[in-house]
Write a protein that binds this ligand. Structure first.
Ligand code: FNR
Length: 383
Protein backbone atom coordinates (compact mmCIF):
# COMPACT_ATOMS: atom_id res chain seq x y z
CA UNK A 1 0.00 0.00 0.00
CA UNK A 2 2.91 2.22 0.44
CA UNK A 3 3.91 5.63 -0.43
CA UNK A 4 7.18 5.52 1.54
CA UNK A 5 9.58 2.61 1.51
CA UNK A 6 12.42 1.95 3.94
CA UNK A 7 14.71 4.90 4.14
CA UNK A 8 18.43 4.58 4.48
CA UNK A 9 19.00 6.77 7.50
CA UNK A 10 20.97 4.05 9.17
CA UNK A 11 23.52 3.84 6.41
CA UNK A 12 25.03 6.67 8.44
CA UNK A 13 25.39 4.46 11.48
CA UNK A 14 28.51 2.39 11.03
CA UNK A 15 29.29 0.78 14.35
CA UNK A 16 32.80 0.93 15.73
CA UNK A 17 33.31 0.02 19.35
CA UNK A 18 36.01 0.87 21.85
CA UNK A 19 36.11 0.38 25.61
CA UNK A 20 38.66 3.10 26.08
CA UNK A 21 36.82 6.19 25.01
CA UNK A 22 36.31 8.88 27.65
CA UNK A 23 34.15 11.95 27.26
CA UNK A 24 35.84 15.09 26.03
CA UNK A 25 35.12 17.66 28.75
CA UNK A 26 33.66 20.87 27.40
CA UNK A 27 35.89 23.93 27.77
CA UNK A 28 34.28 27.05 29.31
CA UNK A 29 34.01 28.53 25.81
CA UNK A 30 32.38 25.41 24.38
CA UNK A 31 30.01 25.24 27.31
CA UNK A 32 28.87 28.83 26.69
CA UNK A 33 28.30 27.94 23.05
CA UNK A 34 26.18 24.91 23.99
CA UNK A 35 24.09 27.04 26.39
CA UNK A 36 23.64 29.71 23.71
CA UNK A 37 22.56 27.08 21.21
CA UNK A 38 19.99 25.59 23.58
CA UNK A 39 18.56 29.03 24.29
CA UNK A 40 18.38 29.77 20.56
CA UNK A 41 16.52 26.52 19.87
CA UNK A 42 13.76 27.46 22.31
CA UNK A 43 13.61 31.08 21.14
CA UNK A 44 13.54 30.21 17.44
CA UNK A 45 10.87 27.54 17.96
CA UNK A 46 8.71 30.13 19.69
CA UNK A 47 9.33 33.09 17.37
CA UNK A 48 9.53 31.54 13.90
CA UNK A 49 7.47 29.12 11.85
CA UNK A 50 9.43 25.89 12.24
CA UNK A 51 6.86 23.46 10.91
CA UNK A 52 7.39 21.12 8.04
CA UNK A 53 6.31 23.04 4.96
CA UNK A 54 5.20 20.43 2.40
CA UNK A 55 4.72 17.38 4.54
CA UNK A 56 2.38 16.38 7.35
CA UNK A 57 2.43 13.67 9.99
CA UNK A 58 0.14 11.57 7.74
CA UNK A 59 -2.59 11.06 10.36
CA UNK A 60 -5.11 12.87 8.15
CA UNK A 61 -5.11 9.83 5.85
CA UNK A 62 -6.95 7.86 8.55
CA UNK A 63 -10.22 8.29 10.34
CA UNK A 64 -12.04 6.39 13.02
CA UNK A 65 -14.83 3.96 12.31
CA UNK A 66 -17.62 5.62 14.23
CA UNK A 67 -19.63 3.41 16.57
CA UNK A 68 -23.28 4.46 16.73
CA UNK A 69 -24.01 2.04 19.58
CA UNK A 70 -21.30 2.49 22.24
CA UNK A 71 -23.35 0.68 24.98
CA UNK A 72 -21.50 2.30 27.88
CA UNK A 73 -21.56 5.43 30.04
CA UNK A 74 -19.08 8.17 29.08
CA UNK A 75 -18.01 8.40 32.75
CA UNK A 76 -16.92 4.76 32.67
CA UNK A 77 -14.39 5.33 29.90
CA UNK A 78 -10.89 5.14 31.38
CA UNK A 79 -7.94 6.87 29.69
CA UNK A 80 -5.43 5.90 32.40
CA UNK A 81 -2.36 3.73 31.71
CA UNK A 82 0.74 2.46 33.48
CA UNK A 83 4.09 3.58 32.11
CA UNK A 84 7.41 2.52 33.64
CA UNK A 85 5.58 1.33 36.74
CA UNK A 86 3.73 4.60 37.39
CA UNK A 87 0.20 5.73 36.60
CA UNK A 88 -0.52 8.28 33.90
CA UNK A 89 -3.92 9.92 33.47
CA UNK A 90 -3.62 9.22 29.73
CA UNK A 91 -0.84 7.81 27.55
CA UNK A 92 1.08 11.01 26.98
CA UNK A 93 4.50 12.45 27.69
CA UNK A 94 6.05 15.85 27.16
CA UNK A 95 9.09 14.90 25.09
CA UNK A 96 12.61 16.20 25.66
CA UNK A 97 13.18 19.88 25.16
CA UNK A 98 15.46 21.77 27.39
CA UNK A 99 18.01 22.29 30.15
CA UNK A 100 21.52 23.70 30.18
CA UNK A 101 21.02 27.46 30.21
CA UNK A 102 19.61 29.82 32.81
CA UNK A 103 16.09 30.21 31.33
CA UNK A 104 15.65 26.45 31.00
CA UNK A 105 15.11 26.04 34.74
CA UNK A 106 11.79 27.92 34.67
CA UNK A 107 10.61 25.97 31.64
CA UNK A 108 11.44 22.57 33.15
CA UNK A 109 9.80 23.60 36.43
CA UNK A 110 6.58 24.62 34.64
CA UNK A 111 6.54 21.41 32.59
CA UNK A 112 7.18 19.32 35.70
CA UNK A 113 4.33 21.09 37.54
CA UNK A 114 1.91 20.15 34.79
CA UNK A 115 3.19 16.56 34.76
CA UNK A 116 2.79 16.35 38.54
CA UNK A 117 -0.76 17.77 38.50
CA UNK A 118 -2.00 16.00 35.37
CA UNK A 119 -0.11 12.71 35.93
CA UNK A 120 1.96 12.79 32.75
CA UNK A 121 5.51 11.75 31.90
CA UNK A 122 8.26 14.30 31.24
CA UNK A 123 11.39 14.12 29.13
CA UNK A 124 14.11 16.62 29.88
CA UNK A 125 16.52 18.04 27.30
CA UNK A 126 19.97 16.72 26.45
CA UNK A 127 22.07 16.31 29.61
CA UNK A 128 25.40 16.45 27.83
CA UNK A 129 26.70 19.41 29.84
CA UNK A 130 26.05 17.93 33.26
CA UNK A 131 27.57 14.67 32.15
CA UNK A 132 30.73 16.36 31.08
CA UNK A 133 31.27 19.10 33.64
CA UNK A 134 28.30 19.37 35.99
CA UNK A 135 27.28 22.81 34.73
CA UNK A 136 23.68 24.04 34.82
CA UNK A 137 22.79 21.14 37.05
CA UNK A 138 19.84 22.93 38.61
CA UNK A 139 18.14 23.46 35.23
CA UNK A 140 17.69 19.67 34.95
CA UNK A 141 17.33 18.71 38.61
CA UNK A 142 14.40 21.08 39.03
CA UNK A 143 12.21 18.56 37.15
CA UNK A 144 12.56 15.86 39.82
CA UNK A 145 12.44 18.39 42.67
CA UNK A 146 9.13 19.71 41.33
CA UNK A 147 7.56 16.36 40.48
CA UNK A 148 8.96 13.76 42.89
CA UNK A 149 6.47 11.06 41.88
CA UNK A 150 6.33 11.66 38.11
CA UNK A 151 7.84 9.58 35.33
CA UNK A 152 10.95 11.56 34.33
CA UNK A 153 13.16 10.60 31.43
CA UNK A 154 16.79 11.61 30.99
CA UNK A 155 18.31 12.44 27.61
CA UNK A 156 21.62 12.10 25.82
CA UNK A 157 22.69 12.40 22.19
CA UNK A 158 23.67 9.34 20.17
CA UNK A 159 26.87 10.98 18.99
CA UNK A 160 28.04 11.68 22.57
CA UNK A 161 27.21 8.13 23.50
CA UNK A 162 29.22 6.76 20.60
CA UNK A 163 32.24 8.67 21.81
CA UNK A 164 32.22 7.84 25.48
CA UNK A 165 32.18 4.76 27.70
CA UNK A 166 32.32 6.58 31.04
CA UNK A 167 29.97 4.39 33.03
CA UNK A 168 29.96 6.69 36.06
CA UNK A 169 29.10 9.76 34.03
CA UNK A 170 26.07 8.09 32.45
CA UNK A 171 24.89 6.67 35.76
CA UNK A 172 25.31 10.12 37.37
CA UNK A 173 23.31 11.68 34.55
CA UNK A 174 20.41 9.32 35.30
CA UNK A 175 20.70 9.52 39.10
CA UNK A 176 20.73 13.28 39.14
CA UNK A 177 17.12 13.50 38.01
CA UNK A 178 16.04 10.16 39.50
CA UNK A 179 15.37 9.07 35.92
CA UNK A 180 12.84 6.32 35.27
CA UNK A 181 14.41 5.77 31.83
CA UNK A 182 17.00 7.42 29.59
CA UNK A 183 16.23 8.51 26.03
CA UNK A 184 19.01 8.49 23.47
CA UNK A 185 18.30 11.00 20.73
CA UNK A 186 19.23 10.08 17.18
CA UNK A 187 19.66 13.29 15.23
CA UNK A 188 21.94 12.74 12.23
CA UNK A 189 20.26 15.44 10.13
CA UNK A 190 20.54 18.04 12.88
CA UNK A 191 24.21 17.22 13.43
CA UNK A 192 24.89 17.64 9.72
CA UNK A 193 23.16 20.99 9.64
CA UNK A 194 24.77 22.52 12.72
CA UNK A 195 28.02 24.34 12.08
CA UNK A 196 29.34 22.81 15.30
CA UNK A 197 27.63 19.45 14.62
CA UNK A 198 29.15 16.03 15.17
CA UNK A 199 29.44 14.21 11.85
CA UNK A 200 30.81 10.96 13.22
CA UNK A 201 28.01 8.50 13.94
CA UNK A 202 30.22 5.42 14.03
CA UNK A 203 29.57 3.31 17.10
CA UNK A 204 26.09 4.62 17.87
CA UNK A 205 24.39 1.21 17.91
CA UNK A 206 27.14 -0.39 20.01
CA UNK A 207 27.04 2.62 22.32
CA UNK A 208 23.31 2.15 22.82
CA UNK A 209 23.86 -1.55 23.51
CA UNK A 210 26.52 -0.63 26.07
CA UNK A 211 24.19 1.90 27.76
CA UNK A 212 21.44 -0.72 27.94
CA UNK A 213 23.86 -3.01 29.79
CA UNK A 214 25.27 -0.51 32.29
CA UNK A 215 22.05 1.28 33.30
CA UNK A 216 19.55 -0.29 35.66
CA UNK A 217 16.69 1.57 33.98
CA UNK A 218 15.23 1.14 30.47
CA UNK A 219 16.69 2.91 27.44
CA UNK A 220 14.43 4.63 24.93
CA UNK A 221 15.67 5.44 21.42
CA UNK A 222 14.16 8.56 19.89
CA UNK A 223 14.50 10.66 16.78
CA UNK A 224 13.80 14.37 16.92
CA UNK A 225 11.44 14.78 13.96
CA UNK A 226 12.82 12.74 11.06
CA UNK A 227 11.28 9.45 12.15
CA UNK A 228 12.49 5.92 12.80
CA UNK A 229 12.08 3.34 10.04
CA UNK A 230 11.26 -0.33 10.53
CA UNK A 231 14.85 -1.27 9.71
CA UNK A 232 16.28 1.25 12.16
CA UNK A 233 13.85 0.09 14.84
CA UNK A 234 14.96 -3.53 14.38
CA UNK A 235 18.61 -2.53 14.80
CA UNK A 236 17.81 -0.56 17.94
CA UNK A 237 15.68 -3.33 19.43
CA UNK A 238 18.51 -5.79 18.75
CA UNK A 239 20.67 -3.61 21.03
CA UNK A 240 18.14 -3.94 23.83
CA UNK A 241 16.27 -0.64 23.80
CA UNK A 242 12.86 -1.02 25.41
CA UNK A 243 10.90 1.75 23.71
CA UNK A 244 11.17 3.34 20.28
CA UNK A 245 9.93 6.93 20.16
CA UNK A 246 9.51 7.34 16.41
CA UNK A 247 9.47 11.19 16.59
CA UNK A 248 8.44 11.39 12.97
CA UNK A 249 8.03 14.17 10.44
CA UNK A 250 5.03 16.48 10.40
CA UNK A 251 5.49 18.58 13.52
CA UNK A 252 8.66 20.48 14.34
CA UNK A 253 11.26 20.56 11.56
CA UNK A 254 14.75 20.73 13.03
CA UNK A 255 16.09 21.72 9.65
CA UNK A 256 13.79 24.74 9.84
CA UNK A 257 15.15 25.62 13.30
CA UNK A 258 18.74 25.23 12.12
CA UNK A 259 18.03 27.26 8.99
CA UNK A 260 17.10 30.21 11.20
CA UNK A 261 20.31 29.74 13.21
CA UNK A 262 22.51 29.55 10.12
CA UNK A 263 20.99 32.42 8.23
CA UNK A 264 20.97 31.75 4.51
CA UNK A 265 24.12 29.66 4.54
CA UNK A 266 24.17 25.88 4.62
CA UNK A 267 21.70 23.26 3.47
CA UNK A 268 19.07 23.51 6.20
CA UNK A 269 16.36 25.07 4.04
CA UNK A 270 16.72 22.32 1.42
CA UNK A 271 16.18 19.65 4.10
CA UNK A 272 13.24 21.34 5.83
CA UNK A 273 10.83 18.56 4.81
CA UNK A 274 13.18 15.61 5.32
CA UNK A 275 11.86 12.68 7.29
CA UNK A 276 9.33 9.85 7.58
CA UNK A 277 5.83 11.03 8.53
CA UNK A 278 4.85 9.83 11.99
CA UNK A 279 1.88 7.79 10.74
CA UNK A 280 4.17 5.98 8.30
CA UNK A 281 6.64 5.21 11.10
CA UNK A 282 3.79 3.73 13.10
CA UNK A 283 2.49 1.59 10.24
CA UNK A 284 5.94 0.15 9.62
CA UNK A 285 7.50 -0.11 13.09
CA UNK A 286 4.31 -1.70 14.47
CA UNK A 287 4.96 -4.68 12.16
CA UNK A 288 7.70 -5.69 14.60
CA UNK A 289 5.93 -7.82 17.22
CA UNK A 290 8.24 -6.93 20.12
CA UNK A 291 8.35 -3.18 19.40
CA UNK A 292 7.00 -0.97 22.17
CA UNK A 293 6.29 2.32 20.47
CA UNK A 294 6.01 5.91 21.58
CA UNK A 295 4.41 8.09 18.90
CA UNK A 296 5.55 11.68 18.63
CA UNK A 297 6.15 14.26 15.92
CA UNK A 298 3.13 16.32 14.93
CA UNK A 299 0.81 15.11 17.71
CA UNK A 300 -1.56 18.04 17.98
CA UNK A 301 -4.73 17.00 19.79
CA UNK A 302 -6.53 14.10 21.46
CA UNK A 303 -7.69 12.72 18.12
CA UNK A 304 -4.15 12.33 16.76
CA UNK A 305 -3.22 10.76 20.09
CA UNK A 306 -6.05 8.24 19.64
CA UNK A 307 -5.02 7.53 16.03
CA UNK A 308 -1.44 6.90 17.11
CA UNK A 309 -2.62 4.45 19.78
CA UNK A 310 -4.89 2.66 17.32
CA UNK A 311 -1.89 2.36 15.00
CA UNK A 312 0.10 0.51 17.63
CA UNK A 313 1.70 3.09 19.94
CA UNK A 314 1.65 2.50 23.71
CA UNK A 315 2.33 6.10 24.52
CA UNK A 316 2.28 9.40 22.65
CA UNK A 317 4.26 12.59 23.08
CA UNK A 318 4.64 16.17 21.94
CA UNK A 319 7.21 18.92 22.34
CA UNK A 320 6.52 22.13 20.45
CA UNK A 321 2.76 22.45 21.11
CA UNK A 322 3.55 22.11 24.81
CA UNK A 323 6.32 24.71 24.70
CA UNK A 324 4.02 27.08 22.87
CA UNK A 325 1.20 26.66 25.41
CA UNK A 326 3.71 27.16 28.24
CA UNK A 327 4.93 30.41 26.63
CA UNK A 328 1.39 31.81 26.39
CA UNK A 329 0.62 34.73 28.66
CA UNK A 330 -2.26 32.76 30.23
CA UNK A 331 -0.72 30.63 33.02
CA UNK A 332 -3.53 28.04 32.78
CA UNK A 333 -3.07 27.47 29.05
CA UNK A 334 -0.78 24.44 29.29
CA UNK A 335 -2.89 22.56 31.86
CA UNK A 336 -5.97 23.44 29.78
CA UNK A 337 -4.36 22.06 26.63
CA UNK A 338 -3.44 18.68 28.10
CA UNK A 339 -6.85 18.50 29.81
CA UNK A 340 -8.50 19.07 26.42
CA UNK A 341 -6.35 16.39 24.79
CA UNK A 342 -7.28 13.87 27.50
CA UNK A 343 -10.98 14.71 27.10
CA UNK A 344 -10.76 14.38 23.30
CA UNK A 345 -9.09 10.97 23.67
CA UNK A 346 -11.87 9.93 26.05
CA UNK A 347 -14.48 11.07 23.49
CA UNK A 348 -12.80 9.03 20.74
CA UNK A 349 -12.80 5.97 23.00
CA UNK A 350 -16.53 6.41 23.62
CA UNK A 351 -17.31 7.05 19.96
CA UNK A 352 -15.45 3.93 18.88
CA UNK A 353 -17.03 1.77 21.57
CA UNK A 354 -13.78 1.24 23.52
CA UNK A 355 -13.72 1.36 27.32
CA UNK A 356 -9.99 2.02 27.55
CA UNK A 357 -6.89 2.49 25.44
CA UNK A 358 -6.06 -1.23 25.53
CA UNK A 359 -9.35 -1.93 23.74
CA UNK A 360 -8.56 0.82 21.23
CA UNK A 361 -5.13 -0.66 20.53
CA UNK A 362 -6.54 -4.16 20.16
CA UNK A 363 -9.57 -3.31 18.00
CA UNK A 364 -7.82 -0.66 15.81
CA UNK A 365 -11.09 0.94 14.61
CA UNK A 366 -9.39 2.95 11.85
CA UNK A 367 -10.10 3.33 8.16
CA UNK A 368 -7.88 4.88 5.51
CA UNK A 369 -9.89 7.72 4.02
CA UNK A 370 -7.49 8.86 1.34
CA UNK A 371 -3.92 8.31 0.35
CA UNK A 372 -2.05 11.05 2.16
CA UNK A 373 -0.54 13.64 -0.07
CA UNK A 374 1.49 14.77 2.95
CA UNK A 375 0.88 18.43 2.29
CA UNK A 376 -0.49 20.74 4.96
CA UNK A 377 -3.94 22.16 4.23
CA UNK A 378 -2.90 25.72 4.87
CA UNK A 379 0.25 27.17 3.45
CA UNK A 380 2.67 29.29 5.34
CA UNK A 381 0.47 30.56 8.19
CA UNK A 382 2.66 30.89 11.26
CA UNK A 383 1.39 28.63 14.02
C1 FNR B 1 13.44 19.45 21.10
N1 FNR B 1 13.68 18.10 20.95
C2 FNR B 1 14.70 17.48 21.66
N2 FNR B 1 14.83 16.13 21.66
C3 FNR B 1 15.78 15.51 22.40
O1 FNR B 1 15.84 14.29 22.41
N3 FNR B 1 16.68 16.25 23.15
C4 FNR B 1 16.61 17.62 23.19
O2 FNR B 1 17.42 18.25 23.88
C5 FNR B 1 15.60 18.27 22.43
N4 FNR B 1 15.48 19.64 22.42
C6 FNR B 1 14.38 20.24 21.83
C7 FNR B 1 14.16 21.62 21.96
C8 FNR B 1 13.03 22.21 21.41
C9 FNR B 1 12.82 23.69 21.57
C10 FNR B 1 12.07 21.42 20.71
C11 FNR B 1 10.82 22.04 20.11
C12 FNR B 1 12.28 20.07 20.56
C13 FNR B 1 12.84 17.27 20.03
C14 FNR B 1 11.52 16.86 20.62
O3 FNR B 1 11.68 16.05 21.76
C15 FNR B 1 10.62 16.14 19.58
O4 FNR B 1 11.20 14.89 19.26
C16 FNR B 1 10.41 16.92 18.29
O5 FNR B 1 10.29 18.30 18.54
C17 FNR B 1 9.16 16.46 17.54
O6 FNR B 1 8.00 16.64 18.34
P1 FNR B 1 6.94 17.85 18.07
O7 FNR B 1 7.65 19.13 18.38
O8 FNR B 1 6.55 17.74 16.62
O9 FNR B 1 5.83 17.57 19.02
Amino acid sequence: MHFYSEFTIFNLLIPVYSNERKPQALSAGQDMKVSKRKKEHVEIALKKDVRFRNKTSGFEAFDFIHCAVPEMRFEDVDTGVEFLGKSLSFPFMITAMTGGYTGARAINRALAEVCREEHLALGIGSQRQIMENGDHLDTFRIARETAPGAVIIGNIGAAQLAQSRDREAFQRMADLIGADAVAVHLNPLQELLQREGNRDFRGVLKGIGWLVKILKIPVIAKEIGCGISEKAARLLLDEGVVYIDVAGAGGTSWAAIESFRNGKSGHAAAFRDWGIPTAVCLETVSRIPQARIIASGGIENGITIAKALAMGAELTGAAFPILKAHADADPGKLAGLVGDWREQLKMVLFLTGCRNTDELRRSRPLMRIHPPDCRPESSGEPR
